[in-house]
Design a binder for this molecule. Structure first.
Ligand code: SAM
Length: 268
């Protein structure tokens, strides 16, 4: 017989909360019920059911890809290995867009992945016309699915950043790939799509394409907001200033790291 307590000890090399949630799922109990009775015996068939999932976690498969979902901005998103798992720090971009977008304005989310930013923005600000683009057709399929199940009216396009479109925007928002090709952190991110993560030798290739393109397609006083790596704020600020944007500044995430840099198009 294996009790809840014993099983959680056996899996103590893995994140506790993930093990508790998995156990709850196979035993059809809430996490609170699991925690309340640590001496409850786990039925043999439940142990058997858990085994392959535990092996996947030990092999480095992210929990969100195993369960097929991740919460972002209080909404439940479907995620597969075709999309980046939305990160909590990206909620800062949503917060800023919700605050800065003019009533009835238009917004484009560049590199939408699961659709997290676009859908979260639309859920808070239904007055906005939201468009989302991605180069990956497989990612767009997931984003469309999420928009449909979360009832968000969003226009999706498969394209590279703003290429091939001459629309003009009040808000251009992006969480682009920003990791350098040889960054050692990539080893821990093997399961996520490379297209969503890597941007050239210094991690700034995508941002270097987005800033000049966006600054030619913004309404007067429109905003460009870009998420970036913990050490990239200065470079992104410089790229925005060179592109002629005004009010260039960065905002910190909850960990106190400059995570988003934004600027305004002041007109010609
Ligand atoms: C860091 S992920 C962000 C996903 C999502 N916006 C989020 O915050 O969770 C970057 C996204 O950019 C997309 N991407 C990469 N290169 C692109 C390009 N040239 N044009 C459009 N999208 C691109 C990737 O497919 C990926 O979905």
């Amino acid at each position: 017989m294996t009790t809840v307590r014993q099983w959680l000890q056996q899996t103590s090399d893995l994140p506790l909360i993930e093990c508790e949630l998995l156990l709850g799922e196979v035993m059809v109990l809430s996490r609170a019920q699991i925690l309340a009775y640590p001496d409850r015996a786990i039925p043999a068939n439940a142990l058997q059911q858990l085994q392959p999932t535990i092996e996947q976690l030990r092999a480095g498969q992210p929990f969100a890809y195993i369960t097929g979902e991740r919460e972002f901005w209080g909404l439940n998103f479907r995620v597969t290995a075709d999309v980046l798992i939305p990160r909590p720090e990206t909620e800062l971009l949503v917060e800023l867009v919700v605050e800065l977008a003019p009533q009835g304005g238009n917004v484009v989310d560049l590199g939408t992945g699961s659709g997290a930013i676009a859908i979260a923005v639309k859920s808070e600000r239904p007055d906005l016309a939201v468009t989302a683009v991605d180069k990956s057709g497989a990612a767009l399929k997931i984003a469309r699915h999420n928009a449909c199940r979360l009832k968000a009216d969003i226009a999706f396009h498969q394209q590279s950043w703003l290429q091939g479109s001459n629309a003009v925007w009040d808000i251009v928002v992006s969480n682009p790939p920003y990791i350098a090709e040889r960054d050692p952190h990539l080893a821990a991110l093997r399961a996520e799509p490379r297209l969503a993560l890597v941007a050239g030798t210094d991690g700034l290739d995508a941002i270097r394409q987005i800033i000049p393109a966006a600054s030619k397609q913004m309404h007067q006083n429109g905003y460009l907001l870009i998420e970036h790596g913990f050490d990239q704020a200065e470079s992104v600020q410089q790229l925005m200033s060179v592109a002629g944007l005004a009010n260039v500044h960065s905002r910190k995430d909850l960990a106190g790291i400059n995570r988003v840099t934004l600027a305004q198009y002041a007109g010609r």
